[in-house]
Design a protein around this ligand. Sequence first.
Ligand SMILES: [Fe+2]
Ligand SMILES: [Fe+2]
Length: 170
Amino acid sequence: MAQPEFTDAIALLKADHRKVEGLFEQFEKARGDATKQKLCHQICIELKIHTLLEEEIFYPALRGKIEDDTLDEAYVEHDGAKVLINDLEAATPDADFYDAKVKVLSEEIKHHVHEEEMPKEGMFAQARDTDVDLVELRDRMLARKQELMAQAEASGLPAAKPHAVNLVTA
Ligand SMILES: [Fe+2]
Ligand SMILES: [Fe+2]
């Protein structure tokens, strides 16, 4: 199961971050609704799978081993992104605010990725200072990723569900 291109769980997650950054850059340069919709769809799938991997496997493995605030804020930041992800998945590029939503999503993700990757006090730096087995985590995340990618291909992924934020249903 282990794929040698990712040395551990953090390398896998960082590769996802770089991939999504590349897709956001492509979107910025894209002209034409069909191209934009395709790129936005790819961005949403990548982010949904990535947030699920972190919320189901990576973050829980770190609970109690790194700062609670770091983890709590990450869940809330994910929830913020999910609002735009679900909204964009239901929209087409001719909709009002479409480009603005993609732009704001990219800015939210940029901030969040910085919180995970920043040297010393970032989440990944804290994780490296624990006894968590990051290679075993990589294998579990890779297996789950294959599953989610197959599901995305076959039937599509369900809307992203908030983890921490209580949605007001009035
Ligand atoms: Fe991440
Ligand atoms: Fe994250």
